[in-house]
Design a protein around this ligand. Structure first.
Ligand SMILES: Cc1cc2nc3c(=O)[nH]c(=O)nc-3n(C[C@H](O)[C@H](O)[C@H](O)COP(=O)(O)OP(=O)(O)OC[C@H]3O[C@@H](n4cnc5c(N)ncnc54)[C@H](O)[C@@H]3O)c2cc1C
Length: 590
């Protein structure tokens, strides 16, 4: 069975030494009750739960999968009990406000517990993840009455939540959805249509499922400006919160898919189901973005979790696997061969994965802190943080999952053929992670969002403030080589930003042609910033753990960061070559 040990020391280092979380919490009245010791205890508790309960269910969940029979979904053996423990221990509401029964923990804490669950059992994680996302959308847009009716039961895990957007003909382009919402005389709506690919659309983990559904009212304007958001409960909810009759909404089938097989991906049929409008008609997409943005950062953490798990298994395997001899002379003469850790190429794969993981953990924490600022800081800081979160969300989703997928593939390669067969669990990690690059808006769409709405649309304003912060930090740095690398990256990103904004004015195809490379250039610069913070924090400490942080930063600067120059060259090559191919060229096969 694959191994997993929660990287608690690394997490504490990021939280306490790099981000100096205690000082941040003390300066924030709503968070002043939190301290590093409490957080440490929370992390240890989650580490135990993931290692003892969730990890063993990962493989069996993959083998058994979620099943569909007689119009209902059953989760694999052990999931129900694990979810009950998870819910009873208050994990669903870890980050929820206390008024809804939550524990009021900041995102800076849940970002780490989420990572652990994603490492141990990503399919399990998707059930509470969707619930929490649905709660956040309701919290920001629903009426007080709706919040009181739904949030406490959803945050307690008694009820679950879903996000029902996708239809067979409408994935990226939600403006063309067909699901209808016709007003009833009692103020509710009759929801009719079919949604596909709905995570946790049905299951046996909770007593009720609250679907958040995008649909169009009869007179809605065409396109994305005519989309409304509805609450559609599996069982109708009485005014006192008790369950009423079954609503005509349910799964038609579940998908058979490449990975996360224990997570039920449902076709959902709405046959005139009763729905309740959230917010105003035609403003549903904006409300849903609260949920989608939360899920997007979570997908980045899904990537980190998977890549961390794959690294740990690959590193252990490499230490044990004996093949060949070291190029510089035999290292273990008493054994028939040396461990494959003597080979530079094996070390390259491991170090690349580890370097991405540590930067990703730091970056996730950075975004989490910005999210906490949007909630708890004064108005001016809140506004700046909101812009920063908007800018970094597509990077957190797409760059982290792209690099994490590379990490799982490299880790699988460390196993040679043993990574390809079922026994070691590496192929499952790869299969389970692949979806993170696709759902919640493909990584290509994230890149488009970054270069479009977050960069060119505001003339690079968000990027400029981010770069100003980076340069301000660089000015305080003691470590010259890291400082030079950071400043060079910032200059490159600035030049690329100016370039893409200018090119967008002359050719509308330029932004999309540059998008994924720009996102990667942005991600690499951000990781350079993370390593700069790591190096400065580690330099103030003694010991092998801290020295290794600095060495890994050197590895990043020397062997990963040069990719930024390649990305820059590709971006500068423009769109014309790509768009010059005739459409017929693509489908001429003979
Ligand atoms: C396992 C799983 C779970 C899911 N869970 C949910 C869920 O809980 N709720 C939900 O609503 N949905 C869910 N989805 C749907 C998922 O979010 C979509 O599949 C995804 O957003 C992509 O949409 P699509 O499949 O229709 O691809 P398409 O939109 O058809 O895109 C196809 C390709 O074209 C590209 N493309 C499309 N438009 C553009 C454009 N304008 N510019 C540039 N490139 C473009 C895309 O990047 C992609 O590469 C899930 C999907 C899966 C497989």
């Amino acid at each position: 069975m694959p191994i997993y040990t929660a990287p608690l020391q690394d997490m504490r280092f990021i939280l306490n030494d790099v981000f100096k979380a205690d000082a941040f919490w003390q300066a924030t009245p709503e968070l002043a009750h939190i301290d590093s010791e409490t957080v440490s205890a929370i992390l240890e508790q989650m580490a135990k739960f993931t290692q003892d309960v969730l990890l063993p269910l990962n493989r069996t969940g993959d083998e058994e999968g979620a099943t569909f029979a007689n119009g209902a979904v059953t989760t694999p053996k052990g999931f129900k009990e694990a979810f009950k423990t998870y819910a009873n221990d208050g994990w669903v509401g870890l980050g929820a406000d206390e008024q809804w029964g939550g524990q009021g923990m900041p995102k800076m804490v849940s970002v780490m517990t989420d990572e652990m669950i994603f490492s141990a059992n990503p399919a399990f994680m998707l059930y509470p993840l969707l619930s929490v996302g649905a709660c956040m959308a309701l919290n920001s847009c629903a009426s007080q009455e709706q919040k009181e009716l739904y949030l406490p039961k959803m945050y307690s895990g008694e009820w679950a939540g879903t996000m029902c957007l996708t239809e067979s003909h409408a994935g990226t382009d939600l403006g063309i959805i067909k699901t209808k919402a016709v007003p009833n005389v009692d103020g509710s709506y009759a929801i009719s249509g079919t949604k596909i690919f709905i995570t946790g659309g049905d299951h046996d983990l909770s007593d009720n499922i609250i679907h958040l559904v995008l649909a169009k009212t009869p007179d809605a304007p065409a396109g994305s400006r005519g989309i409304s958001l509805f609450i559609v409960p599996k069982f109708l909810v009485n005014a006192d919160g008790s369950l009423g009759e079954r609503n005509p909404v349910g799964p038609g089938s579940i998908e058979h898919k490449m990975g996360i097989k224990a997570s039920a991906t449902c076709v959902m049929n709405f046959d005139g189901a009763k729905g309740y409008l959230v917010g105003k008609e035609n403003e549903g997409l904006a409300a849903m973005f609260v949920m989608m943005n939360y899920e997007r950062l979570s997908m980045g953490i899904q990537g980190l979790g998977a890549s961390e798990a794959s690294y740990q298994n690959a590193a252990q395997y490499a230490a044990d696997r004996l093949q060949g001899r070291s190029a510089t002379g035999v290292k273990s003469p008493e054994k028939p061969a040396d461990s494959i850790l003597v080979h530079p190429d094996v070390r390259r794969m491991l170090l690349k994965t580890k370097a991405h993981n540590e930067a990703a953990r730091c970056f996730a924490m950075y975004v989490a802190q910005q999210l906490d600022m949007t909630k708890y800081s004064d108005d001016a800081t809140k506004a700046l943080a909101a812009d920063r979160v908007a800018l970094l969300t597509p990077v957190a989703k797409a760059f982290l999952t792209d690099k994490a997928f590379e990490g799982t593939i490299d880790s699988q390669m460390v196993f040679g053929g043993h990574g390809y067969i079922r026994e070691w669990g590496m192929e499952q990690i790869v299969r389970d992670l692949r979806i993170a690059q696709i759902y919640e808006g493909t990584n290509g769409i994230q890149a488009n969002d970054l270069i479009g709405r977050k960069v060119t649309k505001n003339g690079g304003k968000f990027v400029a403030t981010y770069l100003a912060e980076i340069r301000e930090f660089a000015a305080t740095m003691q470590t010259d080589w890291m400082k030079a690398a950071l400043l060079k990256s910032a200059d490159t990103l600035e030049a690329l930003t100016t370039h893409v904004i200018e090119r967008a004015k002359v050719n509308a195809n330029e932004p999309n042609a540059a998008a994924i490379d720009y996102l990667h250039a942005f991600g690499l610069t951000s990781y350079a910033y993370m390593y700069a913070m790591i190096v400065e924090a580690a330099s103030q400490k003694d010991g092998a753990f801290y020295k290794a942080k600095i060495d890994l930063a050197r590895f990043f600067v020397t062997r990963i960061l040069p990719e930024l120059d390649t990305r820059a060259k590709i971006i500068e090559s423009g769109a014309d070559l790509i768009m010059g191919f005739d459409e017929g060229y693509f489908t001429t096969f003979a």
